[in-house]
Design a protein around this ligand. Sequence first.
Ligand SMILES: Cc1cc2nc3c(=O)[nH]c(=O)nc-3n(C[C@H](O)[C@H](O)[C@H](O)COP(=O)(O)OP(=O)(O)OC[C@H]3O[C@@H](n4cnc5c(N)ncnc54)[C@H](O)[C@@H]3O)c2cc1C
Length: 267
Amino acid sequence: VVSEIIEKRFKSEGVNVLTNHTATEFVVKDGKKYLLVEAQGKTIEVEFDEILIAVGRSPNISGFGVEELGIELRANKTIAANEYLQTNYPNIFVCGDVTGPFQLTHTAAHQAWYCAVNGLFGKFKKFRVDYSVIPWATYSDPEVASVGLNETRAMAEGIEYEITTYGIDDLDRAIADSEDHGVVRVLTKPGTDKILGATIVGQHASDLIVEFIAGMKHGFGLNKILGTIHIYPTMAEANKYLAGNWKKKQTSENVFKWLARFHSWER
Ligand SMILES: Cc1cc2nc3c(=O)[nH]c(=O)nc-3n(C[C@H](O)[C@H](O)[C@H](O)COP(=O)(O)OP(=O)(O)OC[C@H]3O[C@@H](n4cnc5c(N)ncnc54)[C@H](O)[C@@H]3O)c2cc1C
């Protein structure tokens, strides 16, 4: 977004910078903060509130014997591990950011279970680490939480899907809390209630999504979520209403026509 603003500002000054510009310093004038950006000999001032620096992270692999033992690394300097999370020394296990591929606390904890159990009981039975259902959240306002496939990935991978949405602006609890914005979007396998992925944007999205994570992990679908009593009025009801929207789509108009005829005959 910042790049777009900078591009536009430079264009208005007759400089076509594309991405080739440099932020040189920032200054404070009359209590306002400005970033000085330079391109092709021209400098512009871009006003800002705060600067967020996201430089990424790299694994810390020095100081605990990795080099001395010759523990194998991948090209990106993470510690290489097999599907049981063993390094090239089968009695040395690795979990968390230092091996990846995810950089999340809950995936580090998930991997730790495999390291502990495989380390203690691997002689008898080893467990392959399961990365099939990995959720994540971004704690922005509103929150964004996601698990499994989203539309972009499904299209890129050529996976068939049916999409169902529910607008959180309709939800009583969200209205009562003045948080009536956001959406629940769920991808299902066409013709079934099997959940392929879910994305929620809204207040407490990272809590709400757990029902879909559990469904994906343990093989229950939208019918089961629809058949579960959700406490009124809660944000979690959004999941049930999403399932209701999905169910409505599955029922053909002919069924409703037939039912209407049946009930008028009964009356
Ligand atoms: C700013 C920020 C925000 C984040 N927010 C989230 C979030 O909202 N949700 C989420 O899931 N994840 C988040 N993460 C990622 C999360 O923190 C990591 O994925 C998680 O901490 C990984 O756990 P770990 O045990 O692998 O590594 P770490 O938590 O990094 O633990 C490694 C430990 O090893 C110690 N250590 C290093 N070298 C040595 C040595 N030579 N000898 C002894 N000890 C050593 C370190 O001091 C550290 O205590 C965030 C990360 C950052 C940086």
